[in-house]
Design a protein around this ligand. Structure first.
Ligand code: MEV
Length: 390
């Protein structure tokens, strides 16, 4: 993964790398060991985590540092003198929805890809009686018991953990813009769940961790389908349907994707609620749109498996038309899609909740993707190239 200010290329995960969390050593003293543990063995591309921009406040400011590759929840025991201090770490990926957003809330399928950038969480036993979460990029410290959303999210996760557990101190480093359709909040939920699983020796598969972390997502998103959490935990390219096991999709060819931020932030909770109101008022029209989108998703899965990028691009365009019909596009997203197509993209669409956030374009190959990204970077505050299914 190479990173520059407004030009970023990210790895798109091709699958999960599960290892079983080891049993935690008990802390033999309360010494804080601030060794360089927070990144574990993941390759860091430089920059201090504290320099990362607050994603929700400034979605267009590129975070200063990104890391390559997901890592499974793991526990590290750090020695200082005769003391041992366990630190548990985990990663949650960002994601892009290739096709099928919104319909997926109502039980239709969605095709999605996990990103190589996301959220790192570190958990340790707390010296105080309080359960605390610190979101470094935003400089927020929240204690369970307060009505701060991060505290409510942590509380929801902790409620299913052992009742005789010790208090915890959790830190998260967020490398994704919030309100951008890239699954920032789900990635935090998965990373926090993973770090606590490792701290308390709870064994879960990646998919189970995605399911469990829906507790977190419900605090932020009301009625999440679960696709963001599943992708944050498992990655790769996959077909998701609410309540069913995630279905891995083998891409015959990597999918060269360009991601560009519209510069407009949007709230998934509000946009999902807006679509629900439309559906209440015009059930047939909205359900027909979802049926049509579901047909596109199923064809897109076949196109990915066959390596037919041209067909996949056309399906992107058709999906975008249907999403625009649900009032989910914006002038800026339309402009970015138009520019991408003029530059040779095979198709382009919004990704995630829409009404702002990011769009994605499918390129013929990586070189074309880079050229399209350069054109979009003139109009977008944040652009990435991602090779899905590579
Ligand atoms: C958000 O990434 C995707 C939506 O379909 C909401 C959801 O699936 O929970 C808009």
């Amino acid at each position: 993964m190479r990173v520059e200010e407004s030009r970023r290329e990210v790895e798109v995960t091709s699958g999960h790398d599960a290892t079983t969390p080891r049993a935690p050593h008990r802390a033999t003293c309360e010494t804080q060991v601030e060794a360089s543990l927070r990144r574990g063995t993941s390759a860091s591309l430089g920059g201090h985590p504290d320099h990362a921009a607050p994603p929700t406040a400034h979605p267009h400011e590129a975070p200063a540092r990104h890391t390559i590759a997901a890592s499974s929840p793991r526990l590290v025991t750090v020695r200082r003198g005769s003391c041992y201090a366990p630190r548990a770490m985990a990663f949650g990926r960002g994601k892009v929805i290739l096709l099928g957003e919104h319909g997926v809330v109502y039980g239709h399928p969605a095709l999605a890809a996990g990103l190589g950038v996301g959220v790192h969480a570190t958990a340790r036993v707390s010296e105080s009686q309080d359960d605390v979460i610190v979101a470094r990029p935003w400089g927020v410290t929240a204690r369970v018991g307060s009505d701060e959303p991060l505290a409510l999210g942590l509380q929801a996760i902790l409620e299913g953990m052992p009742s005789d557990r010790q208090s915890v101190h959790v830190e998260v480093d967020v490398d994704l813009p919030g309100g951008a359709g890239l699954g920032c909040s789900a990635a935090i939920g998965v990373a926090v769940t993973g770090a606590l699983d490792a701290l308390f020796s709870i064994e879960r598969t990646d998919e189970e961790r995605g399911d469990y972390s829906l507790r977190w997502e419900r605090v932020f998103h009301g009625n999440p389908s679960g696709v963001d959490n599943a992708m944050a935990a498992v990655g790769g390219v996959a077909l998701f349907r609410r309540g069913q096991p995630l279905q891995t999709v083998r891409a015959k060819k990597p999918l060269p994707l360009v991601i560009a931020h519209s510069g407009e932030s949007s709230s998934t909770k509000e946009i999902v609620a807006m679509v629900a109101r439309q559906r209440e008022a015009e059930t047939q029209r909205v359900d027909e749109a979802f049926e049509a989108i579901a047909a596109l998703v199923n064809n897109a899965k076949l196109a990915v498996e066959a390596g037919d990028l041209k067909a996949l691009g056309q399906l992107f365009d058709l999906n975008q038309m249907l999403l625009a019909g649900l009032m989910l596009s914006t002038e800026k997203i339309e402009e970015l899609c138009r520019v991408a197509r003029e530059e040779g993209a095979l198709g382009a669409k919004l990704t995630g909740a829409g009404a702002g956030g990011c769009m994605i374009a499918l390129a013929k190959d990586e070189a074309d993707a880079e050229r399209i990204r350069e054109a979009l970077a003139k109009r977008s505050p944040l652009t990435l190239v991602a090779m899905a299914g590579a």
